[in-house]
Write a protein that binds this ligand. Structure first.
Ligand code: URA
Length: 231
């Protein structure tokens, strides 16, 4: 990879800034000050430093975001604001969303540029549990736990895999599903006479939303979180 591309990739700085680093002789490749943007570097072999600090090459980026309501889970949208408006770095990375949330849903959203990871977590073969906090209107049916366990049939005739529902307070409950069908929680609740008024994803597999993240904030997944999701 050309040095200038490498710098953009690992520092997340824009092209002009990376060119300036080179001009100002702040970049070393294998210990030697290098100013030529076209110098070829081997990603996992050569050591590149900025101001004598090693720039770690990360093959992929893995983020957890606390998605805000009102933002769409898409990489681009001509009319609506997307969750990527909240990510100002990693512009050179082809980041994508791992399992969308509706525009009005909040909470845990995973974002990465690792296609295999996306496939692993979203493939119907893997059935990763997703837990949601749900606010609803309407009556909470007495037998709803059994109905969820048996598998709710949606409006289009699809029978969902077994899921669980647990009441927390009067009009609040927690639901865990294994799939990710379109509007699944809203449609499962509707099938039982409940209207979802608030939805927030709390966890995916063993990874819980970091509650210290404010709406729209994100952080990298820890090594442990990543390992548990890759299992
Ligand atoms: N189920 C829904 O209905 N909406 C979401 O955003 C996620 C799950």
């Amino acid at each position: 990879m050309k040095l200038i591309k490498y710098l953009e990739f690992v520092t997340s700085a824009d092209l002009k800034t990376c060119e300036r680093y080179l001009k100002e002789k702040r970049i070393k490749v294998n210990g030697i000050i290098t100013v030529k943007p076209n110098t070829v570097v081997k990603e996992l072999k050569d050591q590149v430093m900025l101001d004598n600090e090693v720039l770690e090459y990360e093959e992929y980026i893995y983020l957890m975001m606390n998605k805000r309501s009102g933002y769409v889970s898409a990489t681009e949208d001509n009319f609506q604001v997307t969750v990527f408006e909240d990510i100002k770095e990693f512009k050179k990375r082809p980041l994508r969303i791992v399992g969308r949330l509706d525009k009005d849903t909040e909470g845990l959203l995973l974002i990465t540029d690792d296609g295999d990871f996306i496939h692993h977590l979203t493939s119907p073969k893997h059935n990763v549990n997703k837990t949601y906090f749900v606010g609803f209107e309407g009556v909470y049916p007495e037998n709803v736990e059994e109905l969820f366990k048996e598998g709710i049939t949606l409006d289009d005739g699809y029978k969902c895999l077994p899921a669980s529902i647990k009441r927390i307070k009067n009009s609040k409950c927690e639901i865990t599903i294994q799939e990710g069908k379109f509007h699944q929680i809203k449609r499962m609740c509707a099938a039982c006479g409940m209207k979802v008024t608030y939805l927030k994803r709390l966890s995916i597999g063993d990874v819980k939303l970091d509650e210290s993240l404010n709406s729209g904030e994100y952080r990298r997944l820890t090594k442990e979180e990543l390992e548990s999701l890759k299992k």
